[in-house]
Design a protein around this ligand. Sequence first.
Ligand code: HEC
Length: 117
Amino acid sequence: MKGIFIYSFVITLILSLAQFNLSNAFGEKIDYKKLYKNHKCIKCHGFDGKGTKRGKKLGTPDFTDAEWQASVTDEQLINSITNGKKKMPKRGHKMTTEEIKAMVKYVRFFVPKKKRK
Ligand code: HEC
């Protein structure tokens, strides 16, 4: 009896995981987190947007800093991601415009709403 319970639990788990992946693959929504990770942004900018050790050495801005956020426009960020900026590698050849715009939105998420200017 116990065996059957565990078996059906595992099956349910596998099924729900499979469903989750399918809805991800066919969903219209862009998966910001995945893009950020897959395009190595995380290597320099870190999962929290503050910049990793490696990133800081290269001069990454702190995405959680409201002052910094207020000092840059979306157009500028799109341009920096597309064409690169100093040590920031260009991404225009590897990402679509939609994806780059999504990344700008993601970068904006790092500042808590209350602190946004
Ligand atoms: C090799 C490390 C590295 C990687 C990988 C990287 N960045 Fe950067 N990024 C930087 C550095 C360094 C800067 C600061 C550039 C400067 O102003 O000198 C920067 C700046 C930025 C800025 C601010 C641009 C501006 O106009 O001030 C944005 C937005 C950004 N990165 C987004 C991304 C995104 C999105 C990705 C992934 C697609 C990414 N970065 C990947 C190093 C990196």
